[in-house]
Write a protein that binds this ligand. Sequence first.
Ligand code: F3S
Length: 70
Amino acid sequence: MSKLIVQSEKCIACGKCYLNFPQVFDCEDDGIAFVQEDATEQAQLLARSAIFDCPTRAIEEVDDTSATSH
Ligand code: F3S
């Protein structure tokens, strides 16, 4: 299983991801994108093209099965 993440330090707030896929992405007040907590796996699959649309490649698909380390 995989999920989408936004590397906020790479995001330049261009807005493409949340304009194209508002069911998956949202933004902070400063326009920096993040993936919504409740975005379904199905919605994230449909939004995968956002990875390639992002001008700075701030969006990545990561393996969700590995242990999360923070
Ligand atoms: Fe940021 Fe890329 Fe979305 S620059 S607003 S993550 S399309």
